[in-house]
Design a protein around this ligand. Sequence first.
Ligand code: S3P
Length: 449
Amino acid sequence: MTRFDPSGPLRGELRAPPDKSISHRAALIGAMTEGGVEATGYLDAADTRSTLDAVRALGGQVEEAGASDAPGGIDVRIDGIGLCGPGTRLADQDDPVAIDVGNAGTLLRLLPGWLAGQPRGTGVLDGDESIRRRPVDRVAEPLREMGADVDCRDGRLPPLTVNAERLHGISYRMPIASAQVKSCVLLAGLLAEGETQVIEPAPTRDHTERLLAAWGARVSTEDLRTLPTLGGGPTRRITIEPAERLTGGALQVPGDFSSAAFMLVAATVVDGSRVRLEGVGLNPTRIGLLGILTRMGAPIEVEEQPEGIEPTGAILARHGPLEATRVHSEEVPLAIDELPLVALLGCFAEGTTVVSGAEELRHKESDRIATVVDGLRGLGAEIEATEDGFVVIGTGGLRGGRLAAHGDHRLAMLGAIAGLASRDGVEVEGMDAAAVSYPGFEADLQALI
Ligand code: S3P
């Protein structure tokens, strides 16, 4: 049990740890290149270490050059295996290659796209108890449409077995807005015959497209707009051409907006706070929370820096009074991992905050509709779950109490922030889960208190 007492103002400057989504992709796509990838500030956390291990299990070379200048990061060189290189273990051995994805849902969903189109061999992906509850039919279905030979438990759960097959391009309209599914299909598209298209019901994070384009793939994105009379919002079509090779290159991984978000929200709800976050990724497909905070009246300021492969900048957050807001389905993918924090903000806002169209939260590291609602209610919040989100009545504060992390890193960190802003403090059960994405979380928080 870790206790977080009510805190005085949070003050100071911080660099958020490196981005988890981009680190996973740097390693995986890096392994698919011929020239290799040098990633400066690769996230040194449990999830992204699972991806380095997966690359090694497949025969890739990962050289760790030690701690990076960016806190929480390491500098790594990944020597490319090539798109369907002879160097893959898959091609060399008759036995299936076992890949332990640990707790990493992104690795579980992206890697099958690459494995499915290999010239020969079999990979079996499995992970911890939580990963075994996370659906993989969402990637199995489009991959099968492309001709892949994949198999999973009860038709939807890991372990996921991927046998190498010849693939052909498809046009896939995703039933859910998922960057992981999109990325899986795009990676498979590199190895397929003919072009592959993915149509997403709402824009999702586009790190895969950015890295692939930077490293030599032909990938393009068009914004589509369905007729308002059909009830449609903006959608996107991403097209990828098969590739002979990817070049690789250098990448500076930006700070993770989703990790920075905990500090932003802490500064917003703890009286008298003023916190500046440096070097944060500001990819427009990730920063939905900034729009939500602005609507709620939070005094947030953003300074953008010149753009590389990914946009970055500094964010200044201060305490201020909040008004309730509504978050609808189109905004959900842009703030998917920050919605637990929106529930906390709702407790401190005036009025009723409603999040809808977020059924996907039920399929994260925990059922985040149930765990967030039960967790915050246990601390005194007036919050109700709905099928696809939650409704919070702001009472201006939170009593405190105990919150169980359920092995979910974002829930553990939510409990900690709730504690700082509460009247009586919060005891978090399972704080160690934070190490999945943010091993330095408690130390960073201490530095601001
Ligand atoms: C991720 C995409 C999101 C997000 C997850 C990381 C990624 O999942 O919740 O934490 O790196 O692509 P979905 O794409 O399944 O919504």
